[in-house]
Design a protein around this ligand. Structure first.
Ligand SMILES: Cc1cc(NC(=O)CCC(=O)O)nc(C)c1Br
Ligand SMILES: [Fe+3]
Length: 259
């Protein structure tokens, strides 16, 4: 039962989705990345943040990966890196995160269907990963420079929604530094602050190596990866045949042992 106010919010958001799609297509095509601020508005953004904080309190986050902090080349201590949990958006306790997911789905789906546009037009996007909710503990943990999809695993677009109020890069760090390929960028980098209610889209492949600089305040983000149909189908087929291949090898080795 939607109240009039909720209906008004929903209409407002779907209006916003229209013009966000156009800028996503234009910016992805031109710059390889797209930043949209004030994506859902303060109220809905805060509801999403509350759900993430509740998830963290109820301990659903995995223990962050252990990263060794080196000083003068010596492993001095291992610190906890980002803690993550995966949501498919159907969880009853995460209605607002589910709404975020369906809104980002709507943006990506519409953007991929916009008439005659850049590279996005040639891609059919019909699937995505679950939503990865990440929390950097703010103990100086960072994320090393990497490419999300270096070997054609099917992921075309990375979408990251940030939840950090009053973020100040000078004191809090945690900037996402992207090293975009492409004419426009030359040797420049794109420093993206993980600001509250900001969403970032970028090509997941080698066009966008990126790193998270050390964060000194707890840093939350929700990431979705959208699949290019063709590449994903091929990746699954490849994976199946490879695992089939390794199963054959194992059987042979097993027989050898039995001889
Ligand atoms: C687990 C995992 C996390 C990330 N996250 C980022 O790159 C940080 C983006 C940000 O929070 O600004 N990337 C990959 C390829 C994997 Br796998
Ligand atoms: Fe990444």
């Amino acid at each position: 039962p939607h109240s009039n106010a909720a209906q008004a919010v929903e209409r407002n958001i779907f209006d916003k989705i229209q013009n966000i799609c156009a800028s996503v297509v234009r910016d992805l095509t031109t710059f390889g990345l797209c930043v949209v601020d004030d994506f859902l508005g303060h109220e809905i953004g805060s509801l999403i943040l509350e759900e993430v904080l509740r998830l963290q309190k109820t301990g659903t986050f995995s223990d962050g990966q252990l990263v060794s902090a080196k000083t003068h080349g010596k492993d001095v201590k291992t610190i906890r890196g980002d803690q993550i949990t995966w949501l498919d958006g159907k969880e009853r306790t995460c209605r607002n995160i589910s709404m975020l997911i369906s809104i980002v789905d709507a943006v990506i789906t519409r953007a991929s269907k916009l008439p005659r546009n850049g590279k996005l037009g040639n891609h059919r996007i019909s699937g995505r990963t679950k939503a990865m909710v990440a929390c950097y503990p703010g103990n100086g943990s960072h994320y090393v420079k990497h490419v999300d999809n270096p070997n054609q695993d099917g992921r075309l677009i990375t979408a990251i929604y940030y939840l950090n109020k009053n973020w100040n890069r000078e004191t809090d760090g945690g900037v996402l530094r992207i090293f975009p390929e492409g004419e426009f960028w030359r040797d420049n980098v794109a420093d993206i602050e993980p600001l509250f209610d900001r969403i970032l889209f970028f090509w997941s492949d080698r066009r966008n190596p990126h790193e998270v600089q050390p964060a000194f305040t707890t840093r939350y983000a929700i990431t979705l990866w959208y699949f290019d149909d063709e590449e994903r189908t091929a990746a699954i087929a490849k994976y199946r045949s490879e695992s089939e291949f390794f199963l054959q090898i194992q059987k042979c080795l097993h027989r050898v042992h039995e001889m």
